[in-house]
Design a protein around this ligand. Structure first.
Ligand code: PMP
Length: 401
């Protein structure tokens, strides 16, 4: 059976980490990984998560029984409130559903399955560039027309808004459009509010189905409500739409695989039917969601004191990222590195699309043992006050050599 199988292509981001691990040089930096790091370059278990986990470990009322197929009710309810705000009209009108998922990835997968099987969509458009998995998931769910709309203008190092509108305007009927709610991965560039208005005008005109990918709420500004603006705006515009929420980043729960697919429906009757079909999809995909991450998120969000503590933890992460952006830009300016580096501080979220080209990336890796994706994306949290001078100088050399 297996003898003739060919090797699948490597997954770039995991391949990069393998190369980094195999590099014998002791002065090496991995700017590719998509996870938060402290100023000492370490993974961070959020203090509020530690506290709640300790309580959970000794709570004898908890057990390991199966959760409902759609996931833990408290988790879904709290996650929706966090996204849309407590007083959201769609919540008050009881027309928002949440389906617990295996990370943001699982939420996108369930959404793609639903759009194909239940809604008969066959076209999906996502930004160019985008998170490496969007296209693969939709193709795996049977979408035959998976395309990218223009998004990044390499010259201005900002959004190619005209290109985006032109490409979306030419997209066929029955298209699912993926939009990043905030902190676009990999560019760090998002539409402004006026541009969002124009995008949603087009969505309404063309009857697109929106999947808002919300993997970094809190990482743009440190303020969860401000970062939740996009989803709230879509509610205001009266859309039916999906949001894939991930708690990997803002709770630091990467390997617990905790996400939520939010579905905003026209009314509560529709919502009940949608949930029943979603349950069928979950049942045949992973049958039943895991408990641990959902319990942590639900417990933290459900209690004013832990909620406050978590908001401070998120703020701390966002603040460190913003500081690293500022320092990198200042160091490059001080070194006189050619070009404008304003985009580093204009961008938001975990990543920066540096604008470094593949041969400059090659210099950084081969000569300076600095590992980053070929498209020039760096994780801002991989920078620290200890390594930023070395990294800025290496970028300066890569650009000027
Ligand atoms: N969407 C985007 C834009 C992401 O960056 C990521 C994670 N890198 C995900 C979805 C998936 O998140 P998760 O790890 O929770 O599956």
């Amino acid at each position: 059976f297996f003898g003739d199988i060919e090797m699948a292509p490597p997954i770039e981001v995991f391949n990069l980490t393998r190369q980094y691990n195999e590099d014998p040089n002791s002065k090496k930096y991995n700017l590719g990984v998509g996870a938060y790091r402290t100023n000492d370059g370490k993974p961070w278990v959020l203090p509020v998560v530690r506290t709640v986990e300790a309580q959970m470990a000794t709570d004898e009322t908890l057990n390991h029984e199966y959760l409902p197929v759609a996931g833990m009710p408290d988790f879904r309810k709290e996650a929706i409130k966090l996204l849309l705000g407590e007083n959201c009209s769609a919540i008050v009108e009881n027309r928002v559903e949440g389906v617990q998922a295996i990370g943001g990835t699982g939420a996108i997968r369930v959404c793609a399955n639903f759009c194909k099987k239940i809604l008969n969509f066959d076209n999906m458009y996502t930004s160019n560039p985008t998170w490496g998995n969007h296209m693969g998931i939709f193709k795996a769910c049977g979408f035959s027309n998976v395309k990218q709309y223009r998004y990044w203008n390499a010259e201005t190092r900002s959004i190619d808004f005209e290109g985006m509108i032109e490409d979306l305007g030419a997209a066929p009927d029955k298209t699912v459009v993926i939009l990043h709610g905030c902190c676009h991965n990999p560019t760090g560039v998002n539409p402004n509010k006026d541009q969002w208005r124009q995008i949603i005008d087009l969505v309404i005109e063309k009857k697109f189905m929106v999947l808002l990918d919300e993997a970094y709420q809190g990482f743009a500004t440190g303020d969860l409500d401000a970062d939740g603006w996009t989803a709230r705006y879509l509610v205001e515009r009266g859309l039916e739409f999906f949001v894939s929420q991930s708690f990997s980043k803002n709770f630091g729960l990467y390997n617990e695989r905790i996400g939520n697919l939010v579905i905003v429906c026209a009314n509560s009757d529709v919502k009940v039917k949608v949930r029943s079909q979603m349950e069928m999809i979950v049942r045949t995909t992973w049958s039943n969601s895991p408990n641990h991450g959902a319990r942590i998120v639900a417990t933290v969000l459900n209690n004013a004191a832990t909620l406050d503590e978590w908001k401070n933890n998120v703020k701390e992460m966002a603040t460190r990222i913003i500081l690293m952006r500022k320092m990198l830009k200042e160091k490059l300016s001080a070194l006189g590195t050619p070009g404008s580096w304003d985009h580093i501080t204009n961008q938001t979220g975990m990543f920066s699309f540096t604008g470094l080209n593949p041969s400059q990336v090659d210099v950084l890796t081969k000569k300076y043992h600095i590992y980053l994706l070929k498209n020039g994306r760096i994780n801002m949290c991989a920078l620290t006050t200890h390594n930023i001078d070395y990294i800025a100088e290496a970028i300066h050399h890569a650009v000027t050599e």
